[in-house]
Design a protein around this ligand. Sequence first.
Ligand code: NAP
Length: 281
Amino acid sequence: MSASLSLSSTIKLSSGHAIPVIGFGVYHGNGEAVAHALRAGYRLIDTADFYNNEGDCGKAVRDFMAETGTPRSAIFYTTKLWNNNHGYTLTAKAIDEAIARAGIDYIDLYLIHSPLTSSELRLGSWKAMQDAVDAGKIKSIGVSNYGVHHLEELFTWDGFRIPPAVNQVELHPWLARKDLVDYCRSKGILMEAYCPVTRGVRFGEPAVVELAAKHGVTPAQVLIRWSMQMGFVPLPKSNHEERIKVNLDVFGFDLDEDDMHKLDTGKYEPVAAWDPVTAPL
Ligand SMILES: NC(=O)c1ccc[n+]([C@@H]2O[C@H](COP(=O)([O-])OP(=O)(O)OC[C@H]3O[C@@H](n4cnc5c(N)ncnc54)[C@H](OP(=O)(O)O)[C@@H]3O)[C@@H](O)[C@H]2O)c1
């Protein structure tokens, strides 16, 4: 699989829509960074209501489309529902507001940002999201920070019609979540990897340093390549033009089996401040 990866590669989601194999994260990001990312070649933008920059991201997307003649269909725009808007009515309103803030016609992927409310509210949100797909407002729907138990709650609910296309969770060699990944794979759910470059805190790990030297790349490139070869869609974030470009320059080398093995730590060491995956129902 990895040998055939290229910048234009996509993965078909259970919704039938295609998602790029790498995306651009914008937590603490801004419109200028999104403009750099689009010019560099990223086509997937990952924002959220919580990030407070959907307006700037949407504007950067619209400006790029106007400047380059790129059609809307070539861009994959993801945003997320924050916890304060769980439940049917608030979610239906939040979807319309997210579209309006970005100034775009539809959202490619809409995620429940976390399961941190209640069963009733989560399922109400999913009902609103299913209806928004029917109405053409959203192409694909998914979840973020869901554990197996949160997904099982959805699958066994009597209002369940549209399966989640994606589960976006923290994923890197120090948090590879084999059980959750295997479960999602068995259900046709694509994993998106947040904190794919560990916010830089693991760049000095001996295996990373060794593989970066072996392949003549940076630690960030090693970690992004690992993520793609695991079958995840990594969402590296940077506000620096040079890093934005370097993080996308990951299609000229392959990690072999031995390299991948060196990054197989079996550890559970999140770098983000939260891990709702483990939260009880
Ligand atoms: N669903 C969720 O709950 C959730 C949670 C967290 C993140 N996310 C998503 O996932 C995206 C990525 O996660 P993240 O932003 O937390 O972590 P990340 O992408 O692993 O790391 C971003 C940090 O690493 C630095 N960095 C990036 N590339 C670098 C490079 N080549 N060399 C040196 N430093 C580099 C950036 O600094 P500079 O900007 O200064 O370059 C930034 O501080 C987010 O932006 C967001 O879209 C989702």
